[in-house]
Design a binder for this molecule. Structure first.
Ligand code: MV4
Length: 456
């Protein structure tokens, strides 16, 4: 081990997850926290903690200089950014490197390249990876944009180059709405990302969202199969599973191979996810974007590959080498994750933080819970509403589903609303049980006619 002490530059369940991986490797941890997170579980679990600022993330978890200072002051030699916050911020990765700190992730250059979604598309094309029909370069003016949209054929989707995760996207049904959509997408991208660049793709409705987990060391690339994340609302995933019930073995091998080709093309280092959309009607898949971080839903992959991806991130950062080859990755069974948020599904999934007066979390055969909450914990209102991830494993999908039903039935959360009842409803939907869903399923099939449907 050349790395000894890791700054956990995040909060919540992923901070707990990182601390656990560090401890398994004999690495010490320093947990940063805002004044709202003083009583948080990761602060209790870490070897040391540092107060970095007031509750708003913009004054604490999102300040690169403050985090680097905290790492240097506490003798850290590495920084784990988790997901969200600064995890895909190239300047932060650069600042860490300049300060002599190992950033647990790819280089600033690769973060920057893949963070430019239009450039990532070009890299995919060069790697021979299918992308949705559309522009390879940013749109320079309306006339050219409209001409291209006509060529592609409506409906089209206008996407922000600096976007991702659905931010700054506009579906355009026909020529009439094109100019207004282009203007509003450009303005939204400008104000949200400081970069108004947009590009156009053919819009494919009713797709499945499939993503491939890869790990690399800049030379070798290994994949850990795919996750199906089609059950979501407003680009917030609710359920993820692996393997995808929608793929044949041939498609599964093809999509993993495509992901590895693109990762190799950019000499990827660390944990990454290649996102694809799958058109279930034709069986065709298309690369849409890459995430250069560990993801919320990584546990389903860990369960079906019997691996520890966060530990592997640390080992790669420490040694510069992937500790496994593709042959070491053995797939076994099926895993499903349900995200338990402090939100009220009956009120458009409105977040409602508060004190967890009573709490019973599930366990037993095939059940894993990744969480930072405990009985009596007061969920702060400043951050995302994720309370726990319930992950079940089974020898097949049926067994994983049965265990999920059992696990959700054991849960008791009082003091805040939760998405448990939503998941229980989902688990009785015949289409979901058949594995026959798409990214509009929650809106179209579960909330049809509901007064809150507009919120979905
Ligand atoms: C698409 C698409 C359909 N056609 N691109 C949404 C977030 C961003 N990662 C890209 N997204 C999509 N891109 C084309 N050409 C549909 C989506 C999409 C989606 C993708 C993944 C997961 C959930 C989604 C929900 C709605 C739309």
């Amino acid at each position: 081990m050349t790395l000894h002490r890791v700054l956990v530059a995040n909060r919540g369940e992923i901070a707990v997850r990182i601390i656990r991986a560090c401890r398994d490797l004999g690495m010490e941890t320093v947990q940063v926290h805002s004044s709202a997170d003083e009583n948080s579980l990761p602060v209790k679990l870490a070897d040391e903690s540092v107060l970095i600022g007031p509750p708003p993330a913009s004054q604490s978890y999102l300040l690169p200089k403050v985090l680097v200072e905290a790492a240097l002051k506490t003798g850290c030699d590495a920084v784990h950014p988790g997901y969200g916050f600064l995890s895909e911020n190239a300047e932060f990765a650069e600042l860490c490197a300049q300060a002599g700190l190992r950033f647990i992730g790819p280089s600033a250059e690769v973060i920057r390249l893949m963070g430019d979604k239009s450039a990532a598309r070009r890299a995919a094309i060069e790697a021979g990876v299918p992308v949705t029909p559309g522009s390879t370069d940013p749109i320079v003016d309306r006339a050219e944009g409209l001409k291209l949209a006509r060529e592609i054929g409506f409906p089209v989707l206008i996407k922000a180059s600096a976007g991702g995760g659905g931010r700054g996207m506009r579906v355009v049904e026909s020529e009439a709405g094109f100019d207004a959509a282009l203007d509003s997408a450009t303005r939204e991208a400008e104000s949200a990302f400081g970069n108004g660049e947009v590009y156009i793709e053919k819009y494919l409705p009713r797709v499945r969202h499939i993503e491939v987990q890869i790990m690399g060391d800049g030379v070798d690339i290994v994949h850990f199969g795919e996750r199906d994340c089609s059950i979501q609302r407003r680009h917030q995933k609710l359920v993820e599973e692996s393997p995808s019930p929608a793929l044949s073995e041939k498609q599964r091998a093809d999509i993993a191979d495509a992901a590895c080709r693109l990762a190799r093309k950019v000499a990827y280092c660390g944990a990454g996810t290649m996102e694809f959309i799958l058109d279930p009607a034709s069986g065709d898949f298309y690369f849409i974007e890459m995430n250069t971080r560990i993801q919320v839903e990584h546990p389903v992959t860990e369960m079906v590959t019997n691996s520890d991806l966060v530990k592997m991130q640390l080992v790669i950062a420490d040694t510069g080498k992937l500790p496994v080859t593709q042959d070491d990755v053995v797939f076994c069974g099926h895993a499903i994750e349900c995200r338990i948020n402090a939100e009220d599904p009956e009120r458009g999934f409105m977040p409602k933080p508060g004190k967890l007066t009573d709490l019973i979390l599930p366990s037993g055969p095939g059940v894993r819970v990744d969480s930072h909450v405990y009985q009596g914990y007061d969920l702060p209102p400043y951050y995302d509403s994720l309370m726990a991830k319930v992950i079940t494993w089974g020898r097949d999908r049926e067994e994983a589903l049965a265990r999920m039903k059992r696990a959700l039935g054991e849960m008791e959360i009082t003091g805040v609303p939760s998405t448990v009842a939503f998941h229980q409803r989902l688990l009785s939907e015949p289409a979901f049980l058949e594995g026959d869903v798409h990214t509009r399923f929650v809106r179209e099939s579960m909330w049809a006619g509901h007064p809150m449907q507009g919120m979905l």
